[in-house]
Design a binder for this molecule. Structure first.
Ligand code: DAH
Length: 472
């Protein structure tokens, strides 16, 4: 289910397991996001409302939906910390690709334009990723990047090696559960060849580069043809070029996956896991995908602890993106990996919130360049509270807007929010929805009184911000 949805949305990489899929459903927009009160704006000297991110002031407008709590995460830079799982994973991947001609960029600022994040990559105007329910906007033209692909164009323009890697924090409004956090990290990778430089030798050069990639040691299933009508070749590239670039891309990603998953497996065995899958070769499969800026496109899935996990989206970069970056004579590929989902597997981290923990009991467990399995220091008990309400069918609350309200009050004390019941009243045609909020702290016990206070605040905030009637 996850894979299907991600393929149709073509813009999704953070999931470790299936529940609560990212809803990038074009019909699911809500005007209610506009009415969410944010308390983020301060008056600038000119009298206009502004918002400050990483020390820089930006004017706000109707699009602004970035809470301070999220803006504050932009200074954390987990991917640059050598002893943090996200930083360790980043350097693990970088070191595997360094000899193959990749430059690493790790300092791009998270505030980008809608042009960089969407337009330069050919996102259609009505793509759900542009929606205010899914994206943190600073103002109409400025946002917190939703993916590292936002920097592809700049890197294609400036990078002097054939390949590059970009690691960075990215931001999306989303549901709240064990595998989702509004900020996470991605690594982008790309590799190009120049027609000007290689002329008629181009295909031969790619072939030779392909043969020089070491074997991944994993078992791969790849049943689809290199391109076809449903996952087409670009007219600017020959059949042979498309096929070779696809093969080079897939072999490089298989190499990375083998590198990461062999280490994950060793760490899991060392930590005492006896899962029989850990003792047979690592299995991967390629499935077709859609991304606005690549064609053909794919995703790789890895078999891990009884399920296929979607690990990385990729494809042959569209000519329009390269020519837009001023390098129309080049052809090549790009990929994007979600670092949290990979690090959760690699380090055995059970809840994504832990990566943001500043608790020494978490941080002290990890050492630079070392993969080790996280040892839970304690699982503090959680408690749930339900909130049920009636709403007009025409004025439904977008789930991401509801999540944002819960997050703004409960912060990292909220482990999970799920819709547990929904029905339409046969007479009034009003819709009833019941959401269950699980409260659980990563580092201490919560008192009942504290949870009740949080829940009361959530309920009152929901009822003032949305056109709903709370059910008793
Ligand atoms: N940006 C995509 C995402 O966030 C991941 C991705 C897919 C990156 C394909 C790429 C690519 O460069 O070619 O879901």
């Amino acid at each position: 289910m996850t894979a299907n949805i991600s393929r149709s949305s073509g813009f999704l990489l953070q999931r470790v397991s299936a529940p609560a899929v990212r809803r990038w459903n074009i019909n699911a927009r809500s005007s209610i996001a506009q009415s969410l009160k944010r308390n983020i704006s301060t008056e600038s000297s000119s009298g206009n409302a502004t918002i400050t991110v990483l020390g820089k002031e930006y004017p706000t407008d109707d699009f602004t939906n970035l809470p301070n709590s999220i803006a504050n995460l932009t200074s954390r830079k987990l991917h640059l910390q050598p002893s943090h799982p996200i930083g360790i994973l980043r350097s693990l991947i970088e070191s595997r690709l360094k000899d193959l001609g990749f430059t690493s960029y790790n300092d791009f600022k998270p505030v980008v334009s809608t042009y960089e994040n969407f337009d330069a990559l050919g996102f259609p105007e009505d793509h759900p990723g542009r929606s205010k329910t899914d994206t943190y906007y600073i103002n109409e033209k400025t946002l917190l990047r939703t993916h590292t692909s936002a920097h592809e164009s700049e890197c294609f323009q400036t990078c002097e090696t054939p390949g590059y890697l970009i690691s960075a924090d990215v931001y999306r409004r989303d549901t709240i559960d064990r595998t989702h956090y509004p900020a996470f990290h991605q690594m982008e990778g790309a590799r190009v060849w120049s027609r000007t430089e290689h002329g008629d030798n181009l295909a031969k050069v790619i072939q030779e580069d392909l043969e020089s990639i070491p074997d991944s040691g994993i078992i791969v299933s790849d049943p689809d043809p290199p391109f076809h009508e449903g996952n087409p070749r670009q007219p600017t590239m020959s059949e042979l070029e498309t096929e070779l670039i696809g093969k080079h891309l897939k072999k490089t990603i298989e190499l990375l996956m083998g590198h990461v998953f062999h280490q994950a497996r060793e760490a899991a065995i060392k930590a005492g896991s006896t899962d029989p899958d850990l003792f047979s070769p690592i299995k991967a499969r390629w499935i077709e995908a859609y991304f606005p800026w690549t064609s053909p496109s794919w995703e790789i899935e890895i078999w891990w602890k009884g399920e296929w996990l979607e690990m990385c989206g990729c494809g042959v970069v569209k000519h329009e993106v390269l020519s837009g970056a001023g390098v129309g004579d080049k052809i090549g590929w790009a990929f994007g990996i979600g670092l949290e989902r990979t690090a959760m597997i690699l380090f055995g981290v059970p809840d994504i919130r832990l990566f943001w923990s500043e608790d020494e009991r978490f941080l002290s467990q990890f050492k630079p360049n070392t993969v080790s399995t996280f040892k839970p220091y304690s699982k503090y008990p959680g408690t749930f509270r339900d909130v049920a309400f009636w709403c007009d069918m025409a004025k439904e609350v977008h789930i991401n807007d509801l999540m944002e309200v819960v997050r703004s009050i409960g912060g990292d004390l909220v482990e999970n929010v799920s819709l547990i019941d929904e029905f339409v009243h046969p007479k009034t045609k009003q819709k009833s929805q019941c959401y269950r909020i699980n409260y659980q702290s990563m580092d201490r016990s919560l008192t009942n009184a504290e949870i009740n206070d949080l829940q009361d605040a959530v309920v009152s905030s929901l009822s003032t911000q949305f056109p709903i009637k709370i059910r008793d």
